[in-house]
Structure formats: structure tokens, C-alpha cells
Design a protein. Sequence first.
Length: 252
Amino acid sequence: MMRLLLPLLAVAFCVPHAAAAEPAKVIIRWHGQSFFDVESSQGTRIAFDPHAIEVYGRKLVKADLVLISHFHTDHTQLESIENVQKAKVIYGLKVAAKRVDWNIIDEQFRDVHIRTVGVYHDSEGGMRRGKTAVFVLTVDGLKIVFLGDLGHQLTEAQIRAIGPVDVLMIPVGGVYTLNGSEAKAVVAQLKPRMYILPMHYGTRVYDQLLPIDEFLDEQKKENIRLLPTTNKLTVETDFKPAEPIIAVLNWK
């Protein structure tokens, strides 16, 4: 019996351990203003709020799914989606009986789950600029939250509806949305775990909004990652920073 067991034990000890699974990678690209696209590890591409602002180069982006937070023209330019005829488009708002209301979404698209949370474009309950929608995506297990043109601090009900956040896309340029200090307060409300991606702010080619400076002011330098030569961020699903990283992407 012993002679039979020895070869089996030898084989068992010689079998290499299975390699640990590689973490999934989600790619996020910024195209200026609030225009992002997110690519899942399975290749599904989701575009947010496409614009056609000339100074940003009028880029064409491929997408399988297009999410539009509200109806203002710098967020709705579907001609910036190269394959728009084949893409699915979801609007965060709807018009019924000549009244604009939130379009409550909770659905699966391929390997991505999409939810909406209704918020306002201003701090006066939408009286000045109307409504807008937050998109909450689950991509490769990550919770990616796009705040649209949020213009106010969130209520407790809205915070609960949004839920846990891994990656937060937040407007910081004031004028029409949160400014830098207001955006910091919303970050404190939502407590994103991995990354904060500022958006909808003035740049060297687009000065109709305030620059990013106020949002970055007094932030810990070690938490700021300036990426002046790329518009792409690769998010590994096992990334666990001590505090969230503010990734400042180049619109190019």
C-alpha cells in the first residue's frame, strides 16, 4: 500500500498552485466637459453626456450604450458617437404631458447594470435650471457614479439611493453646477473609495466655467494624480488606496 501512495503523493506535491486571478481592469476616458466613456473588461463601452464643443476637437467616440443626464446641448450631442445608429441611448429625464421628469432606470445591459437617481441642476429644487439625473453603474463589480450637472448638496435619501461609490465623476466648475468647495462637500457625503474624477470645469481652451483650482485647493498633495498627457485612467478592481485619488485627466 505504501508503494502505491508514494507516487500519488509525489504527483500531488508537484502540481503547481493555480495562479491567482488577475484583477479586472476598467478603462475610463475623458473627452472634456462631462463627456466620458467607460470600457468594461469585456469590452462594453458606455459614453456619458457627449458634447460637440469645437475647442475640444469634436472627437468621435464609439459606444455600445450612451447615457444622457439631462437635455442641455453640451450633454446631448449624439453626433459625437461614431456608431450611434447601433448604440442604445438612455436618457435620465423624460417628457410626459409637456412636463420634464426623471426617468427612473434600473436595468442590465450586457455586463453592466445601470440605475438612475433624480437630482436637481441647481440649489433651488430645479426652479432655475431644472432636473438632472445621476447614473450609477456596476461595472466589473465596481460602482461608478456619474453626477451629471448636480447643483446642490445631496439629501440623505439621495445618498442612500446612490449607495456605495468606488469611482465618482463630479462637476466642480461652478456657474451652472457645484463649484469647487460645494463639490468637496458632496465628496464628503458620498465617500468614494478609489477615485474622484473632476469634470465640467474650465480648461485652458474653455473658460466659460471656473477652473479646477478651488476643488484642488487644500487637498492632500499625495491624493492628487495629475495626468497632463493622457485622457485615460485604468482602474484595477483590487485597488485599495488609503484615501481616494483625485485623478485630473487631460481632455485630449
